[in-house]
Design a protein around this ligand. Structure first.
Ligand code: NAI
Length: 321
């Protein structure tokens, strides 16, 4: 009777969105999910006090906004039981001058440890990986949890896409609402902004841009995260909002087309690797991977991304089941 009561209490108190890592990006994910009223939220961290403090601060903003979702902070992984979504954003961020791949060694240990805990306490969850280097970390989380491939994927492309669209807006002056675009491949040095698959109000982007302008925004999209890190130490708001958009698409079964780091099994001629590709996100997680017909130039960059991610995976082979 008593144990049944405990289980019941756990169910009614379960938080359906858990964020592991309550640092800058984790807190931003929590705030953005809260503002969209996606569900109750649990912030977890290893630093006692940090998730609790962030939860209080965010709850106070939600109170100002008249939103009833609750945010709780904890250092106890048991609290993630029954989570529908787990956002894995624990780990070190880049310091100025570092590439994402420079974080591989340290973050692999953290991602493996957290993934084991997710499979123990929240084995029905959909896992969104954010920790860098994104594509190898997504692969590690997928292999360690043993969850289905449509339920473990990474957020990187949506952020790269937001940056790409921001440059298109700056250069053309067109409304951000009219801009459609796509960025695929590695969330790193070999990301691929796809000018050819981008448009303004349905009109191909290259009707608005000279070749030099296209090349300029292509390069700036790849480098702008490092600029932000050099200026303020981290990127925070846009990644938090991107994760909330992905969760919203799944929770509301919106089936948005979003680039995510997905496990490929033959798509794009690639197998056994996670890399950024457009997918349809619905209530079953990744519902479809969309295969684009890349031209020779695009394919070359995509293949460089594949090689880089493969090297990352090889480097942490001992961590993989
Ligand atoms: P941060 O340093 O502000 O926060 C990281 C938090 O993780 C810390 O509070 C730390 O205590 C916690 N943590 C470490 N090990 C843990 C464990 N085993 N369990 C629970 N919590 C643990 O870092 P920030 O800026 O929030 O970035 C986090 C990660 O996200 C970095 O790897 C960063 O590179 C990545 N990132 C990825 C983006 C993407 O587009 N995929 C965008 C922005 C950041």
């Amino acid at each position: 009777m008593f144990s049944k009561l405990i289980i019941y209490l756990k169910i009614i108190h379960s938080m359906t969105i858990t964020i592991v890592g309550s640092g800058r990006v984790g807190a931003s994910v929590a705030l953005n999910c809260g503002l969209r009223e996606l569900d109750d939220i649990l912030l977890l961290d290893v630093i006692e006090g940090l998730p609790q403090g962030e939860a209080m601060d965010i709850n106070h903003q939600l109170s100002e906004n008249g939103i009833d979702s609750r945010v709780k902070g904890s250092t106890s992984y048991e609290d993630m039981v029954n989570s529908d979504f787990v956002v894995l954003v624990a780990g070190l961020g880049r310091k100025p001058g570092m590439t994402r791949m420079d974080l591989l060694n340290k973050n692999a240990n953290i991602v493996k440890d957290v993934s084991n805990k997710i499979s123990k306490h929240a084995n029905d969850a959909t896992v969104i990986v954010v920790t860098n280097p994104l594509d190898p970390m997504t692969y590690l989380a997928l292999k360690t949890t043993g969850f289905k491939k449509n339920n473990v994927f990474g957020m990187g492309g949506m952020l790269d896409l937001a940056r790409f669209k921001s440059f298109i807006h700056d250069i053309t002056g067109s409304s951000r609402k009219s801009i459609q675009a796509m960025v695929i491949s590695e969330h790193g040095e070999n990301m691929l902004p796809l000018i050819r698959f981008s448009s303004i109000g349905g009109i191909p982007l290259n009707e608005f841009l000279s070749n030099e302008q296209s090349q300029e925004i292509f390069e700036r999209t790849k480098k702008v995260a490092a600029e932000v890190i050099a200026l303020k130490g981290a990127t925070v708001y846009a990644p938090g909002n991107a994760v909330a958009t992905m969760i919203e698409s799944m929770k509301k079964n919106k089936k948005q087309v979003i680039p995510v780091s997905a496990y490929l099994e033959g798509e794009y001629g690639i197998s056994d690797l996670c890399i950024g590709v457009p997918v349809i996100l619905g209530s079953n997680g990744i519902e479809k991977i969309i295969e684009l017909q890349l031209n020779e130039y695009e394919r070359k960059i995509f293949d460089l991304g594949v090689t880089s991610v493969k090297e990352g995976i090889k480097f942490m082979q001992s961590e993989i089941k």
